[in-house]
Design a protein. Sequence first.
Length: 451
Amino acid sequence: MQAAPDDIRDCCEGAIPGVLATCAPDGTPNVSYLSQIEYLDAGHLALSFQFFNTTRRNILANPVARLLLIHPLTGAMFRVGLRYERTETSGPLFERMRAKLAGIASHEGMSGVFRLRGSDVYRITDIESVPGRPMPAPPRPASRLAALRRSSARLNAATDLASAFDAVLDGLVEDFGIEQALLLMPDGSGTRLYAVGSRGYDDSGVGAEIPLGAGVIGIAAASRTPIRISFRALEYSYGRAIREAALQGGLGDRLETRIPFPGLAEPNSQLAVPILSTGATPALLGVLYVESMQMMRFSYDDEDALVTLAAQLALAMRLLQAAEPATIEDEIDERPAPLANDAPPLVVRHYAENHSVFLGDSYLIKGVAGSIFWTLMRDHAQSGRTVFSNRELRVDPRIGLPDLSDNLEARLILLQRRLVEHEASVRIEKTGRGRFRLCVRRPLQLVDIPV
């Protein structure tokens, strides 16, 4: 019985490997399992080419193959007739498949073995449903288009970067029904990502870092392409990757500054979507990451919807950050808030080596965000100043932003949320577009530890 192309789309998720049969010119058959199958359209599939083996030799000599696919939820089986057309070794298809394979490999500890040589594109000649008694198909999920519409309305109502971040994360939870989500931004060095918001975890993980190229998130960021894994790979710990990166960087004795990464230990489904600027050579603005303990939680429709939402967030970030402060600024009371009576001084320690900042014995933040906080603390201690602007911080040589286009606003959001989580007696409050106020409730004792 013939089947439709849509019937096999879910079979290409990778939860159950496909089986490819080829034949040598002398009639000798060969059967092999496939690491990856990419559904391209109703008439084409792409298969991963990793090894120059018997399958590869056969298909170059005799470009006809038969593919057996099994639906991961119903058990329905399909035989797909294929004819080899070409191999792509660069371009969007190759990069997408290489990124997904790299994400799977990093989870399985096989990064040195799973290497994509090319994406073999096949034309579908026929699809046959294998007789049997498959299980009933599960109910279709709610419309992703309706969820995207509601989330877009939330984002459109955002008036600043912080509310835009919250709008996207709230939309993922309330509109898409996703329980765990993270939003990450790149640091100035271009080698790491740091979390600026999350939903669904016991600890927010705001400020937690992940290296580019580590795990699904890091590889999606490095390759600028979405990665969706719909099944549980072998156990992979983001915490381990972060720790190894710190040790390689000579920071093994400073691991107390590591904010625990909030991800699930063994997710069954993952989807990482890069947030990219517009233009011929899009820049990485961040990564939207969702995960679930449910197998095959995120479908092709989910990926399409989140890619669209990420593009809308990229546009909102550009518009919100490009908006100039009002010419006539609101009058703001710059008098410092009264200090708590008889409160002991808050010891603020700053390590110049990597701009790590501690409040008492508790680690707060490091890097550029730490440099910003230390600059605010010094200005307040020297002159009692409480009101600042984003514009002046962006050009302040003491902070040392890596680039004038660096996302200062995202770092301020990170710093603000870390202070709230610490229930610190120092807070940052937004007072208007491009302006904020430093609120200090206790006397300060600043300790600068040089390199």
